[in-house]
Write a protein that binds this ligand. Structure first.
Ligand code: ADP
Ligand code: MG
Length: 542
């Protein structure tokens, strides 16, 4: 009809579809995982929004329905979720917004055709994976709170259409016209086994239509509520991937139940890889809060921002179900949960830090984020200090502050650090000469944030932390190197001349015992910012 609108896909969607459809796919059953996960997310979202707005609540006994029809060769997946308005159908299904998906497209394009199937298996490709098994997909949706419904349809080539439709209830229905070679996905038995494998932890019931009735296909027990002994490594990993939209293995899985004054269950993961969506840019923790299994929000900030790389779920009995976001912030139970969860993550890190090689994997992914915690006033400064790792002028690999202190020279009063942009350049800096000559170790700091926290932390085990670029560094109490006993040259006539020549460019010219091979070095003044901090401030135009 003339009300049907035709739209081109965004360029990247076209490319992704092409790759997905043409990768001879061995594990294509994951399309069902993707569609069922989207449906479950949509129901969660509607549940939460219904608590705080006037949209109709999710009906009692709501389920995600999977209905195969052998005669029509269609597979229909429907949910009573939040639904999509017309504009959302166009943006959510017609363009790629997620950086993860974009990175996936990139690596898929670069992979040899033979490697593509396993790549697809590792990533979730979201909604578009439907085109692995279908040569036409129709999505009819009605947004909760609106009476309008629209149908989005596409054959997975260059374009899609949008047309007005009707739907009795809010929610979404996806009809897949199943390809000739994907007929197994019209078999209820096959569908149930795929759902069990991939979506068992989803808490909303998922049913498969067989012999005239909907049969439950998932167990629907929230994974975190099961005893640890009943959970396989694979189910943990699958749950982790589902939660975080990631495809790696967790570096750490923390699953425990707190009982007594405070009752909650937590299942938390520390990722094994830095996610595409660089954690640096997200300011908040995204741990999901559930109350008696019901998803409430992922914006309760259950962990401080400097632990925002942790994914997972906290489920408690101690909050009312209809708690609003505003109320959450003021709830004492939540503050207590927050403290308990933070401490648990820190103690896990401490115990894993004993295995240097294993801990390095974590540190290289998330160390820069953890360091932000040093700026937060609070009880955790000490814990974080013990978890820091550094490059050093004296040893290979990573070292800790405690190890540094154990190697300090007799007469050495401070922990010395040098901050800059690249560890290789730092290792060659003339700033290190006098320290090297005396065998004094210097920590080499090359993250942006390293220009700022030493001042903030100030001390570790009573030892002050000093930048080697600060003028007042005093090495005189440390024995000078062998064979360097000759009298220092008399510089009393040279210094005023230099001072005169440099005028306003420097505040002072003085003799130093910090150099061995080089003639001069730039130093920072005592009270002022260290050199790297000055560089960063200059760059920021200050
Ligand atoms: P992702 O789920 O990782 O965001 P997808 O490609 O699976 O990526 O889905 C894209 C978006 O389309 C979702 O983020 C969501 O906004 C929307 N969407 C997909 N399926 C549904 C659904 N059944 N109900 C409501 N919104 C949906
Ligand atoms: Mg999805």
């Amino acid at each position: 009809s003339e009300t049907v609108e035709r739209h081109e896909f965004g360029a990247e969607v076209g490319r992704l579809l092409d790759l997905v459809v043409h990768a001879l796919y061995s594990d294509r059953e994951i399309f069902l995982r993707e569609l069922v996960a989207n449906a479950a997310d949509a129901v969660d979202r509607r549940r939460f929004e219904a608590l705080t707005s006037s949209i109709p609540a999710v009906p009692e006994g709501a389920a995600v329905r999977v209905v195969p029809d052998k005669e029509a060769r269609t597979l229909t997946i429907s949910d009573p979720g939040i639904g999509m308005a017309k504009a959302e159908l166009a943006t959510n299904l017609g363009t790629i917004a997620r950086s993860g998906t974009r990175a996936f497209t990139q690596s898929l394009a670069e992979a040899a055709p033979g490697d593509r199937p396993s790549l697809i298996g590792q990533f979730g490709v979201g909604f578009y994976s439907a085109f692995m098994v279908a040569d036409r997909v129709e999505v009819t949706s009605r947004k909760a709170g609106s009476d309008e419904a629209w149908t989005w349809a596409s054959e997975g080539h260059g374009d899609y259409t949008l047309a007005p439709a009707s739907r009795e209830e809010p929610g979404t229905e996806i009809v897949l016209h199943v390809k000739e070679d994907a007929s197994d996905f019209l078999e209820p038995f096959r569908l149930r086994s795929v759902i069990r494998k991939w979506a068992d932890h989803i808490t909303i019931p998922i049913t498969v239509f067989r012999d005239g009735k909907d049969e439950p296909a998932n167990e629907g027990t929230a994974l975190w509520r099961k005893p640890k002994s009943e959970i396989s490594e694979e189910s943990y990993t699958e749950f982790y991937r589902h939660l975080g939209h990631v495809f790696d293995e967790p570096w750490s899985t923390l699953h425990w139940r707190a009982e007594g004054a405070l009752e909650f269950t937590a299942l938390l993961f520390i990722p094994g890889m830095k996610p595409f969506q660089a954690v640096e840019n997200e300011r908040e923790s995204r741990v999901r809060l559930h109350v008696r299994r019901m998803f409430i929000t992922d914006e309760a900030e259950l962990l401080p921002a400097w632990l925002r790389f942790v994914h997972g779920v906290v489920d408690t009995e101690d909050l009312p179900l209809n708690v609003s976001r505003e109320m959450l912030q003021a709830t004492p139970a939540l503050a207590r949960i927050r403290r308990a969860v933070t401490n648990r993550v820190l103690s896990e890190l401490k115990s894993r830090a004993r295995e240097a090689e294993d801990y390095a994997k974590f540190w290289e992914n998330f160390g820069t984020v953890l360091k932000e915690g040093l700026f937060e006033p609070g009880e955790h400064g000490k814990d974080i200090a013990s978890l820091l790792r550094f490059r050093s002028s004296a040893v290979e690999g990573w070292t800790s502050l405690a190890d540094y202190v154990s190697r300090m020279k007799e007469g050495q009063e401070a922990i010395y650090v040098l901050a800059g942009d690249a560890p290789e350049a730092l290792a060659k800096s003339p700033q290190l000469e006098g320290f090297r000559a005396r065998g004094v170790e210097v920590l080499l700091l090359s993250d942006q944030i390293d220009a700022f926290w030493p001042e903030r932390l100030d001390r570790f085990e009573d030892k002050p932390i000093r930048s080697v670029t600060q003028g007042a560094v005093d090495l005189s109490k440390i024995a000078p190197p062998e064979g360097a006993q000759e009298e220092a040259a008399d510089l009393s006539r040279l210094l005023p001349l230099l001072q005169d020549a440099l005028k306003e460019d420097v505040s002072e010219v003085r003799a130093t015992d910090r150099l061995v091979g080089s003639a001069v070095v730039l130093a920072a003044s005592e009270g002022g910012p260290d050199l790297q901090m000055q560089r960063l401030l200059n760059r920021a135009g200050r």
